[in-house]
Design a protein around this ligand. Structure first.
Ligand code: SF4
Length: 202
């Protein structure tokens, strides 16, 4: 989810896309034998369950038709996700998405585990980011920019402003800032934060 008001973010996204495309295509042109470089970016869909019903959602029909009591069916267990996470390439990037990943109670633990071997990013609608969860996920931020741990949170839709304020307060405290600065209030502003928060316009 790129922030349309953030030219730096757009530039980074452009070059990231170009670099990943080159990384994907090079083995094809050089070897043509079904070879590929090891994965560097993983997308893990933790659940299809969600606490919203957005009109444009790819799962909207399924969310509407499937009884809530049946929606968990087929999800990987905690132990299965742990095994998957333990197999990812070290230093890669993992994007956790859904549905709404925070509906899984084990999600913060899985995020922490993933952050011990990879850079992580998760996409959320923000509704479940209460103070405790924000404090927990921000504590998983890397010690230096781009290091192992939670590097990005992507959000959109309802309530993101409220969630963002919580995140900003908490991140400011954890990074040793004693007061809420203007920079922390802006989704794209601020030089000292360690978890980047991007939003998509509604
Ligand atoms: S928040 Fe995301 S997963 Fe949930 S209904 Fe909306 S688009 Fe779908």
């Amino acid at each position: 989810m790129a922030n349309s008001d953030n030219p730096n973010g757009q530039r980074i996204a452009y070059w990231y896309r170009a670099a990943t495309k080159a990384y994907t295509m090079l083995p094809y042109y050089l070897a043509r034998g079904g070879h590929a470089f090891p994965p560097i970016h993983y997308y893990f869909e933790m659940t299809r369950r969600c606490n919203l019903r957005c009109a444009m959602c790819q799962y909207i029909e399924w969310l509407r038709k499937t009884p809530v009591s049946d929606q968990k069916e087929g999800e990987l267990t905690t132990a299965e996700w742990e095994r998957v996470i333990d197999e990812v390439q070290r230093l890669s990037l993992i994007t956790f998405t859904g549905g709404e990943p925070l509906l899984r109670e084990d999600f913060p633990n899985l995020l922490e585990r993933a952050g011990q071997r990879a850079r992580t990013h998760f996409i959320t609608n923000g509704l479940l980011l209460d103070d405790d969860r924000v404090e927990r996920v921000v504590s998983l931020a890397p010690k230096r920019v781009g290091g192992l741990g939670l590097n990005f949170i992507g959000t959109s839709l309802e309530a993101h402003r409220k969630s963002m304020m919580r995140y900003a307060d908490c991140a400011g405290r954890l990074n040793g800032q004693r007061k809420r600065s203007g920079a922390w209030r802006k989704p794209a502003g601020g030089r000292t934060r360690r978890v980047r928060w991007s939003t998509s316009p509604r």
